[in-house]
Write a protein that binds this ligand. Structure first.
Ligand SMILES: Nc1ncnc2c1ncn2[C@@H]1O[C@H](COP(=O)(O)OP(=O)(O)OP(=O)(O)O)[C@@H](O)[C@H]1O
Ligand SMILES: [Mg+2]
Length: 510
């Protein structure tokens, strides 16, 4: 990272890239330029072809047509190894982490220091600690932690460190912040600015408009596998970028309808678990309550406890006024609670089954008569949500594993939205979802609330929290630090409660 300024740097130029999968044209003659010393954002709706393009650059996929030049020289990548040898690194949307080995081992997978001799854990961890410090991640990651114990944010950081130790010329990030909190995003952005200022070419995929305008120099837009165009960030606007992405005007602001609130559906009285302490809250029928806070504040742990997936060590959970003792998720589902988890791929997806089966999974009981699944109803349900959430798939029979990341998210979310529960907990419901579909998800949440569902939303995106919630409960380090009504809430107030006495408010860019 600290090579001299005259280190030769290379830009990347791809021309006419085309890639077909069975029944899907993922890319059709796309050009991409990643110049040195610039951050180039790549944007487009879920399924537009962004990850496919990056997987061609990383050597994971071979293009059907097209050429790639690095520093003016034509290159072809038969394998990921060739791409790395040419000085290119792509940080994937789904980091691959080996579960039962340490962070240090995960970082140096395939590049173990002194690999001819035997490497001691101590050496490896010292070296990992030094690399983590070099990139600013030391306060988030311990080199000794096992892969399986890492949060999504930590996994992402391991992937980034792993990519940067190879000193690449061209670096592409595929939605690196979708699991990062604001402070972690701040660290990543400092790092990206450094990489750019060192003259490297940076490619950056994200659905978060604000980030693009904060970090990118240029934005390149794909729609349906085609290049729509590029704009200098200083010459464009959010409105123009959204228009180029979705091909129509779209209001980016979402305003919910407020509903009449009914009785208290979910009540927590001084609930504690191994990770959260003394949590009291209520959610009424027709109400949307948001849990805000930094990643690691204990929001997901709390959600899992409410859903019967973590033991409650003290306090009481009441549903419709009745105290409950959940021994498993099945108990909480029986009591009318549904949880759409944060880790959708690992926890919930059945990747080798169809989109239709995955949506129908939620309501299997309701769709079968005398134990026979009603195929027609199953099809209607899948059709409805594919249309409503704009799930991009050639058919409802497509396997989940062939969908783009954001479209997989939408399918799992559809499953929970379709399930008739009294209390619905949504953990980061729009993570990785494009701007058009976000608005649809908000509209569905609004409709559920109008129908008397009590909704608890966990979200790290402040505009989402502000747009969606009637009430906002802020957590920090396993405790509630404050509660704001919709009218009182501002981004600053939420952040102040989320980081009080922990980090200084400066340096955390919302
Ligand atoms: N292995 C595959 N087999 C079949 N179709 C695929 C495969 N990989 C991707 N596709 C399809 O190619 C299209 C582009 O997918 P891609 O993953 O590149 O989208 P994306 O722009 O990265 O979307 P997201 O924002 O959701 O991550 C999608 O329609 C997707 O379903
Ligand atoms: Mg993608």
């Amino acid at each position: 990272m600290t090579r001299s300024d005259d280190w030769p740097r290379a830009s990347l130029n791809a021309r006419g890239i085309t890639k077909n999968f069975t029944g899907v044209r993922a890319l059709a003659g796309v050009d991409l330029d990643l110049p040195t010393g610039k951050v180039t954002a790549l944007m487009g709706e879920n399924g537009a072809g962004k990850s496919t393009l990056l997987k061609i650059l990383s050597g994971d996929y071979q293009p059907d047509e097209g050429t790639i030049e690095i520093g003016g020289k034509a290159v072809t990548f038969a394998t990921p190894f060739d791409s790395r040898a040419a000085g290119l690194r792509v940080i994937a949307q789904e980091p691959e982490i080996v579960p039962f080995v340490s962070v240090a081992e995960n970082i140096y997978v395939g590049a173990l220091p002194g690999s001819r001799g035997i490497v001691s854990q101590r050496q490896l961890q010292d070296r990992a600690r030094a690399d983590l410090e070099r990139f600013g991640f030391e306060r988030f990651l311990d080199p000794a932690t096992r892969g399986i114990d890492l949060s999504p944010a930590q996994r992402q950081m391991v992937e980034i460190v792993r990519a940067l130790i190879g000193d690449p010329q061209v670096i592409c990030f595929d939605e690196p912040t979708s699991s990062l909190s604001d402070s972690e995003t701040g660290v990543l952005f400092d790092l990206i600015v450094r990489l750019r200022d060192e003259g490297r070419a940076v490619g950056y995929v994200s659905h978060r408009m604000r980030e693009i305008f904060q970090i990118a120099d240029t934005v390149t837009i794909l729609r349906d596998g085609r290049l729509i165009g590029s704009r200098e960030i200083r010459d464009t606007s959010v409105g123009e970028v959204v228009r180029m992405m979705v091909g129509r005007d779209l209001s980016t602001m979402f305003e919910r309808n407020r509903h009449e609130l009914g009785e208290v559906a979910l009540e927590l009285e001084a609930v504690s678990t191994d990770d959260v302490t003394d949590i009291s809250l209520t959610v009424r029928r027709g109400e949307v309550v948001a849990l805000a806070g930094l990643v690691g504040a204990g929001r997901t742990e709390l959600a899992l406890a409410i859903a019967g997936d973590r033991p409650v060590t003290a306090g009481t959970i009441k549903v419709h006024g009745v105290a409950q003792r959940f021994r498993s998720p099945a108990d909480s589902i029986a009591a009318g609670i549904g949880l759409a988890p944060e880790e959708r791929k690992a926890d919930a997806l059945i990747m080798v089954r169809s989109v239709r089966d995955n949506i129908a999974l939620a309501v299997l009981g309701g769709l079968s008569r005398f134990g026979v699944v009603d195929r027609r109803k199953e099809r209607q349900l899948a059709e409805k949500y594919i249309a409503q959430l704009r799930i991009r798939t050639p058919s409802m029979a497509q396997l989940m594993q062939n969908l783009s990341g954001g479209n997989q998210q939408k399918v799992v979310l559809a499953r929970w939205l379709a399930k008739a529960t009294d209390v619905l907990i949504l953990d980061e419901p729009t993570r990785g979802v494009d701007v058009g579909a976000k608005a649809e998800i908000y509209a569905i949440v609004d409709e559920l609330a109008a129908n008397g569902v009590a909704v608890l939303v966990i979200s790290s995106e402040l505009p989402e929290v502000l747009g969606l919630a009637d009430r906002i409960i802020v957590m920090q380090e396993g405790r509630v630090t404050g509660e704001l009504t919709h009218a009182e809430a501002t981004e600053e107030r939420i952040l102040t409660l989320a980081i009080a006495d922990h980090f200084s408010a400066e340096g955390v860019q919302p």
